[in-house]
Design a protein around this ligand. Structure first.
Ligand SMILES: [Zn+2]
Length: 364
């Protein structure tokens, strides 16, 4: 149990993992992402704090008079509501609600009680789900969170080049959803270039965090990672934990396979490893469930198509019979009329012939 030999074995496993340049580049890409997120902290905090202050000042918003109540945001028909009748909580809710530019709210990321006290509690509502509702420190937010905030919250509209933000977001997903945890040399260069492009935006020029992030990301291009450094192992662990916590990630089965073969990583991840196993199990159950539902729908559709086909066949037969009957009627009718006309003509011709012959006789 964690003795000298198992520590040695774990260290050897980590060294083996870090011998693959693609894996090292994956870690480097993660480090660059982390720097990029840190670079965005000052800018994002500035905008959120100003917004929060403006709400407090303009609307004279105080804290909720019932701080003891457990408050939640729920959906009431098509609109959101807070289960607090104080009138204050509702103004906060409407003010936050008015800032959604795109995406959807993650109310569960946030602790309603702390809206009037901690500005960052508002910011987290615009990020993807799964954030800790108890946290109000921007430093706890990961890079994906900052990018989602910038893209989803109207307070950031037009401040940065949206394409540049989107590129880094796509890169982030490529890195964190990668199935084999490998990054090619050319891809790493592209990722770093995109991050620096974003951090060089004019709106970020006066923020020290953005400027120092540019320097740090440029260093990553040429730096070598030392697997024996605690920071490197911590970075690796945090990347794995971010992957496991990511609710959009579709690569969990693959990463479980990798982590199962790396005993030292299992130790590093601790409870996150257990969560990963549960996630994958649930995923398998979900897939089975979806497969069963698809089968049900297919059967139902087949049955309905058969019903419709039978019905149509019957109707076509009915119509065919009716048409046949009518055609027969018409044929009979026409035949009868033709016969009538023929008879009539024959009679008239006979009449004319009769007259002629009697005339002839008379002439003779
Ligand atoms: Zn209230």
């Amino acid at each position: 149990m964690g003795g000298y030999f198992s520590r040695r074995r774990n260290a050897a496993r980590a060294v083996a993992r870090f011998r693959h340049p693609d894996y090292v580049r994956w870690i480097k890409a993660g480090q660059a992402l982390k720097c990029c997120g840190e670079g965005l902290i000052d800018f994002c905090t500035d905008i959120i704090v100003r917004f929060h202050r403006s709400l407090v000042v303009q609307h004279g918003l105080a804290e909720c008079p019932f701080p003891g109540n457990i408050k939640k945001v729920t959906k009431d028909g098509r609109s959101w509501k807070v289960n607090c009748a104080c009138g204050v909580c509702d103004v906060w809710l409407r003010s936050i609600e008015s800032q959604l530019a795109t995406g959807q709210f993650s109310w569960k990321n946030s602790n309603v009680q702390e809206w009037p006290i901690h500005p960052w509690q508002l910011a987290k509502i615009f990020m993807g789900p799964g954030k800790d509702p108890g946290s109000y420190d921007p430093a706890d937010t990961d890079t994906a969170g900052f990018l989602q905030l910038i893209l989803n919250c109207g307070l950031f509209a037009g401040k940065l080049d949206g394409n540049k933000v989107q590129l880094v977001r796509t890169d982030r997903n490529n890195i964190m959803h990668s199935e084999n945890l490998k990054v090619k040399s050319t891809d790493l260069t592209t990722y770093l270039d995109h991050m620096i492009d974003l951090l060089r935006e004019p709106a970020l020029q006066n923020f020290a965090s953005a400027q120092s992030a540019i320097v740090e990301i440029n260093k990553i291009r040429t730096m070598s990672l030392d697997v024996n450094l605690t920071e490197v192992r911590q970075l690796e662990t945090s990347m794995w934990k971010e992957m496991i916590a990511d609710q959009q990630a579709t690569n969990k089965k693959d990463i479980l396979k990798i982590v199962t073969s790396c005993k030292d990583l299992q130790n590093q991840l601790g409870s996150a490893y257990t969560k990963l196993k549960t996630d994958v199990d649930n995923l398998i159950v979900q897939v089975e469930d979806v497969t069963r539902k698809v089968d049900d729908v297919r059967e139902d559709v087949t049955r309905k198509v058969d019903d419709v086909r039978e019905d149509v066949t019957r109707k076509v037969d009915d119509v065919r019979e009716e048409v046949t009957r009518k055609v027969d009627d018409v044929r009979e009718d026409v035949t009868r009329k033709v016969d009538d006309v023929r008879e009539d003509v024959t009679r008239k011709v006979d009449d004319v012939r009769g007259k002629k012959s009697s005339q002839g006789k008379w002439m003779m």
